[in-house]
Write a protein that binds this ligand. Structure first.
Ligand SMILES: Cc1cc2nc3c(=O)[nH]c(=O)nc-3n(C[C@H](O)[C@H](O)[C@H](O)COP(=O)(O)OP(=O)(O)OC[C@H]3O[C@@H](n4cnc5c(N)ncnc54)[C@H](O)[C@@H]3O)c2cc1C
Length: 519
């Protein structure tokens, strides 16, 4: 029987594990917390919902079109088509299985409108607790599946390779003090990485602190290419001074943004105002903050506000804010990573035997800017695709494993070589030296990224951050150096990547940039 290891128990990992097990594989699911829910991924934090073209007036092609438009010239149209078609099927299937989504009084699904969607298509659950509801729903299915063996309390340390293919991995006890955890070795026919994104390398971030791109680093060390690491999406409406997200769905329901003088400012930037694509709104908020010192979200006019958004209401109340009657101070924060491990449709990376799904992967569906609520969909759809492919894949030759020549976006694109040996992660023969977190160094890394690689960057700010990071050892610093190198190489502004020194979009650069890392 084929043995598949899935690393990470967010929606992508759950989806991959369930599909691989249902297709006849024996699955080992590894995650660092005591349980799937306590493993602190971003999935449980997702508020707004999951975008899916399941409405009577909707179609996968309309959804794909919106996805391509939001991605600022970088979305792989084939991937967008696949996401939206397979996504419709996947979400309908979850509804058939009883996923408890919010419904209208007549029993039909209650679709929300979010920025840059041409019509309401965002399916939500528990009001603003969509991620937690979906995660819990899939967790129950994982628990009930006898082919999935759960391994809690362990985290990925490094991947094992044999003759150029991944054949297993080494984990470390995640519950032991840093540097003292016991190591465990696993062999597998295939490994699926579902370890989430890397927004946690920023100081101001909405995601799990642990989302620091460890899966991407492990993959890169095993020889996999990364791509598009410069594209980090900043969410425009995060409670100022915290990581507490206020979903785009609140603006979809009618909330507006005003500056320190109480003036709305977004319609002067984009006719879609508060519902312009996320990078446009984030940049507008960033500039209004710099110019006027304050930006407020005004949700006071929305009827049924606290019933529709119970989770956000509770978080704001815990900070002493009654948003039915008060304005909410907001600022942007790092929220989602479009870059990651370079994969093609079924989640295959450039290394045979290794898959990447969910936010750790760069599939081409988000381009330079993710369309709101497309990432939960991506986690489910690509988790399913990789789970199924891993069970049936036999070929381990590079050419048949990753048929780049057959139209995979990025084939033939320039490859950026990034040397992170200054971070002292490996000793030259593959042994890990310094991946354990060091709070002081990690805080310095996060501050450096906030300073030099935020919403607006320039060669000067990126280089200053890069030089600072080169003096800091550790995994966070290595990840930061990769982001900096990619951001420096992209000499244009596109989607979430805004260069003050290159403010225009350059059509010649509308291609993914592949990244090979040397350790
Ligand atoms: C506040 C917030 C709100 C959001 N709202 C939405 C929304 O409404 N709609 C939407 O589509 N998207 C939303 N997103 C984005 C979306 O939640 C994520 O992109 C998606 O959930 C990622 O799923 P994932 O399974 O890839 O990763 P995650 O859910 O982050 O799971 C990663 C898993 O990997 C584990 N892991 C990490 N490192 C290791 C390691 N070294 N070894 C072993 N395990 C490891 C983690 O513990 C976790 O179990 C939101 C994100 C945030 C932060």
């Amino acid at each position: 029987m084929v043995h598949i290891i899935v690393v990470g128990a967010g929606l992508a990992g759950q989806s991959a594990a369930l599909t691989a097990a249902r297709q006849g594989g024996q699955v080992t699911l590894i995650y660092p917390g005591e349980s799937m829910v306590l493993s602190a991924g971003s999935s449980q934090l997702a508020q707004g919902g999951v975008a899916a073209a399941i409405g009577a007036d909707d179609s996968p092609s309309a959804h794909a079109e919106d996805t391509v438009k939001a991605g600022a010239g970088m979305v792989d149209p084939q991937a967008a088509r696949y996401l939206t078609e397979a996504g419709r099927q996947a979400i309908n299937q979850l509804l058939d299985q009883g996923l408890p989504v919010d419904r209208q009084v007549d029993g039909s699904v209650d679709f929300a409108l979010e920025a840059a969607h041409s019509l309401p298509r965002v399916v939500h659950a528990g009001g603003d607790r969509t991620g937690a509801v979906m995660h819990q729903f899939l967790a129950q299915q994982v628990e009930a599946n006898p082919r999935i063996q759960q391994v809690p309390g362990q985290k990925l340390h490094r991947l094992l390779t044999k003759e150029g293919a991944v054949c297993g991995l080494v984990t470390v006890d995640a519950t032991a003090p840093a540097g003292e955890g016991e190591e465990f070795t696993y062999q597998a026919d295939a490994v699926i990485l579902a370890t989430g994104g890397y927004c946690g390398v920023y100081g101001r971030s909405t995601g799990a602190r642990q989302a620091t791109g460890q899966g991407a680093l492990a993959a890169a060390q095993a020889g996999a290419l990364l791509a598009d690491m410069e594209f980090v999406q900043f969410h425009p409406t995060v409670l100022a001074g915290t990581g507490c997200l206020i979903s785009e769905a609140v603006r979809g329901a009618g909330a507006v943004l005003v500056d320190a003088q109480g003036q709305r400012f977004l319609s002067a930037i984009d006719p879609r105002g508060e519902l312009a694509p996320r990078h446009v709104v984030a940049q507008g908020v960033h500039r209004a903050l710099e110019e006027t010192g304050q930006v407020w979200l005004d949700a006071r006019g929305i009827s049924g506000l606290t019933q529709e958004f119970p989770g956000i209401t509770a978080k704001l109340r815990s900070q002493g804010i009654d948003w039915e009657n008060q304005l909410v101070p907001v600022a942007p924060a790092a929220h989602y990573c479009m870059g990651g491990i370079y994969t093609h449709q079924a989640g295959r990376t450039t290394v045979p035997g290794l898959y990447a799904v969910g936010e750790v992967a760069r599939t081409g569906v988000h381009g330079a800017n993710r369309l709101a609520s497309n990432s939960l969909l991506e986690a489910i759809v690509y988790g399913q695709a990789a789970g199924a492919d891993a069970v049936r894949a036999e070929s381990t030759t590079q050419a048949s494993w990753f048929p780049a020549a057959k139209g995979t976006q990025g084939a033939g694109s320039p490859t950026l070589e990034v040397d992170v040996s200054a971070a002292q992660l490996f000793d030259g023969i593959g042994a890990v030296c310094a991946t354990e977190p060091n709070p002081d160094i990690d805080a310095a890394v996060r501050a450096a990224l906030d300073r030099g690689l935020g919403i607006e960057r320039s060669a000067t700010s990126i280089t200053a951050t890069y030089q600072e990071l080169q003096k800091l050892p550790g995994a966070l610093s290595a990840l930061g150096q990769i982001i900096a190198a990619a951001a420096l190489a992209r000499e244009e502004s596109r989607g979430a990547h805004r260069r003050q020194d290159f403010p225009l979009t350059d059509p010649a650069q509308a291609a993914p940039r592949l990244i090979r890392v040397t350790f």
